[in-house]
Ligand binder design. Structure first.
Ligand code: PBG
Length: 324
C-alpha cells in the first residue's frame, strides 16, 4: 500500500534496473535467415528488405564465418530457385545437387559447428507458388507430405541439423519423422512451423524468393489470424508427431499465441519476426519516424518475454552488435 510500496524505488538508476530486470537477450537467442541464389560474387539487396541480401554460395560462406565470429549459432536457409526448375511436383526440391543441398554442405564445410536449419516447403520450387502439389486449384495434402518427407531426408543427407517444415500440411511432421528414422537420421531435429498464420506480412519474402502464389491465397492451409485455441491444437499434434521445436509466425502481432504456447507446453518455442515486420521498421526509420535500433530491440525483448527460446529475425546481426 502507498506510501510503503513505491514501485519507482527499483527504477531509480540504471544499475538497479539492470539488477532487477526479468528478461535478458543473448546472441544464443537468434536464428538468422539466409537467402541463397546461384552464381558467383552475388550479393544483391532485396528492395523491400533493406540490408538483407540474396547471396551466392561463395558469399554465403563468408557470411556464415562472420556470423559465427559474432556469436550467432544458427542459420535458416531458403533457396531461390530459377523459374525453369519449377514444376507442380517440386521435383527440384529432391535434387541431391540442388541449390539448397549445396548451400547446406557449403555452410557445414565452412563452419561445422554452425547449426543449419533448412526450410522444407514446396513454394520456392512450385510453378504455382504454393506450398503443395496443386490439382484443380486445390492444394493436395497427402501427396505433398510424401514429397516433404523425401525433401527432409535429402536435407539431412546434405548435413542439415534441423529441418524446418513451413508448409502447414497436416501430418507432415509424422511423415518427416518416420522418413528420418528409417533413413538413419534419428538425431536430425524438426522445427515445425506449428502456428503459422495466413498473414499479409509475408509480402517482401515472396519478393525475395519470387514465390508469391500464382492463384488464390494460402488460407486453406495456413491458419486463420482470428484463431487462438487452434494454435494449441496444431502444436499439440506437431509435438505428438515428433517435432523438437515449434514456431509461431509472424511475431509481434501474435505474441499472445507465443505466450499461450509457452504456458501450455514445455518444448522450446521459436518465433519468426517476418519480412513485413522488418520492412515496416526499416521504412519508418528511413522516413525518420522511428528509431530502428531502439524499436527493434524492444521487439526482441518482447519475443523473449513472451516465451521464445529462438528468435528468427532479419535484424539478428544488428541485435547482436547492439548487445556488444
Ligand atoms: C513459405 C514461407 C513463407 C515464409 C517462410 N516460409 C511465406 C509464405 O508462407 O508465403 C515467410 C517469411 C517472411 O515473411 O519473412 N513456405
Amino acid at each position: 500500500m502507498f506510501p510503503y510500496n513505491r514501485k519507482r524505488r527499483l527504477r531509480k538508476n540504471t544499475a538497479l534496473r539492470d539488477m532487477v530486470r526479468e528478461t535478458h537477450l543473448h546472441p544464443d537467442d537468434f536464428l538468422v535467415p539466409l537467402f541463397v541464389v546461384e552464381g558467383k560474387n552475388v550479393k544483391e539487396e532485396i528492395p523491400s528488405m533493406p540490408q538483407t541480401f540474396r547471396m551466392s554460395l561463395d558469399e554465403i560462406e563468408k557470411e556464415v564465418r562472420s556470423l559465427w565470429s559474432m556469436g550467432l549459432k544458427g542459420v535458416l536457409v531458403f533457396a531461390k530457385v530459377s523459374d525453369v526448375l519449377k514444376d507442380n511436383a517440386g521435383t527440384e526440391a529432391l535434387n541431391p545437387q540442388g541449390l539448397m543441398q549445396r548451400a547446406i554442405q557449403t555452410i557445414k564445410n565452412a563452419v561445422p559447428e554452425m547449426v543449419v536449419f533448412s526450410d522444407v516447403a514446396l513454394d520456392p520450387y512450385s510453378s504455382f507458388g504454393h506450398d503443395g502439389i496443386v490439382e484443380n486449384n486445390k492444394i493436395l495434402n497427402d501427396e505433398t507430405v510424401e514429397v516433404l518427407a523425401q525433401m527432409a531426408v535429402s536435407h539431412a543427407q546434405a548435413g542439415a541439423d534441423v529441418v524446418a517444415p513451413s508448409d502447414m500440411m497436416d501430418g507432415r511432421v509424422l511423415h518427416i519423422r518416420e522418413a528420418l528414422e528409417s533413413n538413419g537420421f534419428q538425431d536430425t531435429c524438426i522445427m515445425s512451423y506449428g502456428a503459422k498464420y495466413a498473414s499479409h506480412y509475408y509480402g517482401p519474402f515472396r519478393d525475395a524468393l519470387d514465390s508469391a502464389p500464382g492463384f488464390g491465397d494460402k488460407k486453406t492451409y495456413q491458419m486463420d489470424p482470428a484463431n487462438r485455441l487452434e494454435a494449441i491444437e496444431e502444436v499439440q499434434l506437431d509435438i505428438e508427431e515428433g517435432a523438437d521445436v515449434v514456431m509461431v509466425k509472424p511475431g509481434i502481432a501474435y505474441l499472445d499465441i507465443l505466450r499461450d504456447l509457452h504456458n501450455e507446453f514445455n518444448i522450446p518455442l521459436a518465433v519468426y519476426q517476418v519480412s513485413g515486420e522488418y520492412a515496416m521498421l526499416k521504412a519508418a526509420a528511413e522516413k525518420g519516424w522511428l528509431d530502428y535500433e531502439a524499436v527493434m530491440m524492444e521487439q526482441m525483448i518482447a519475443f523473449k518475454r513472451a516465451g521464445a527460446s529462438i528468435i528468427t529475425t532479419y535484424s539478428a546481426k544488428d541485435a547482436v552488435t547492439l548487445l556488444g
